[in-house]
Ligand binder design. Structure first.
Ligand SMILES: C[S@@+](CC[C@H](N)C(=O)[O-])C[C@H]1O[C@@H](n2cnc3c(N)ncnc32)[C@H](O)[C@@H]1O
Length: 323
């Protein structure tokens, strides 16, 4: 699709400034909050916000408020996005400024992961208790079983398996199961829980949801339960999870609907305060999965958290990923 020339000029003008080009390059790595951009660019918030406003007005980036934070990401597919991708593709890999920004982005990511890892280390033993503070677990688990389908499953993969609750729930219906988590403490507890449940064909592995090292199409059920809201790049995790789904298999993402319980960010390391149906559907479809079914479980009391289950299937004729 082509654009009127004045829109091309606007887009080029917006991108044609050193800080704004740096912002575009950073957002091409992952969505970022304003204060993270300020930290990486080493510029004041008013200054960075001015650049962001200009980029958003020209349609190069999207702004999305999330509780008290505001995140930015590159605009989705389309001619303006193609222009941004092309411009970023022209930057030499050894460009000094781009490399320095990447190093600072890594530092921001590192600090974020360290805070999350130490949170999970400290709370590993109490995790089930913390989980049940949010919502009525029995109804969520009944809805997960329904969305997963009757089984039996050849192979269930649980990404960010925590204490292994999803494995003990779904494992009895599976011929084999793998739980993967970044936290050794969580894995230790999951091993004990899985063995207590008598699940002998359930393996626990240390690994990262962004690079699971599991083979393509190797599971007929992939579950990501209450993990995405901790992550810096949720769509990348959705892509990796989708990659594992075999033709005819399902991906279940269980997380919260958008909410405003800011204390979860401050005290429990949540990065995103829930997800809306549109963005989740967009990520799932872009990752090559088919129609998305959604279950909504409102909280018993207010203020509370609404749990969502997004269930997407991979067609038997593999759909090519649009990402
Ligand atoms: C809130 S717990 C949920 C655990 C489990 N799915 C459940 O519902 O009981 C989130 C889990 O995600 C794990 N996690 C966070 N980032 C991860 C990553 N990049 N790769 C794999 N696991 C991750 C944490 O270690 C933690 O065990």
């Amino acid at each position: 699709m082509a654009l009127p020339s004045d829109q091309v000029v606007d887009a080029l003008r917006a991108a044609g400034e050193p800080t704004r080009l740096r912002i575009l390059a950073l957002l091409s790595r992952e969505e970022l909050a304003v204060m993270e951009l300020c930290q990486i660019l080493d510029q004041s918030q008013p200054r960075v916000s001015r650049h962001l406003k200009l980029l958003a007005e020209a349609g190069l980036i999207e702004r999305f408020p999330d509780g008290a934070w505001v995140f930015y990401r590159l605009a989705g597919a389309g001619p303006v996005r193609a222009l941004v991708d092309h411009a970023l593709g022209l930057i030499a890999p050894d460009d000094r400024m781009a490399r320095a920004d990447d190093v600072r982005l890594e530092a921001v990511r590192g600090a974020r992961s360290q805070a999350a890892a130490s949170y999970f280390t400290q709370n590993a033993g109490r995790w089930d208790e913390i989980r049940s503070l949010y919502v009525a677990e029995e109804s969520v688990e009944a809805a997960i079983l329904k969305a997963a389908g009757p089984g039996p499953f050849e192979r269930v993969v649980d990404l960010g398996s925590g204490t292994g609750r999803m494995l003990t729930l779904l494992g009895p219906k599976a011929r084999g199961a793998v739980g993967l988590d970044l936290s050794q403490q969580m894995l230790n507890i999951a091993r004990a829980n899985v063995s207590q449940a008598g699940l002998t064909r359930c393996e626990l592995r240390h690994g990262d949801i962004f690079a699971t090292e599991l083979p393509d199409a190797s599971a007929d059920l992939v579950v990501v339960h209450q993990v995405l809201h901790y992550l810096g790049d949720p769509p990348a995790a959705v892509r990796e999870a989708s990659r594992l789904v075999a033709p005819g298999g399902r991906l279940l993402i269980i997380d919260f609907a958008p909410h405003s319980l800011e204390f979860l960010r401050e005290q429990h390391q949540h990065r995103r305060l829930g997800f809306n149906d549109n963005e989740m559907e967009h990520w799932l479809l872009n990752a090559g999965l088919g129609k998305v079914k959604i279950a909504t479980l409102p909280p018993a009391t207010q203020p509370g958290l609404t749990v969502k289950i997004w269930c997407a299937e991979r067609g038997r004729d593999p759909v090519r990923s649009a990402a």
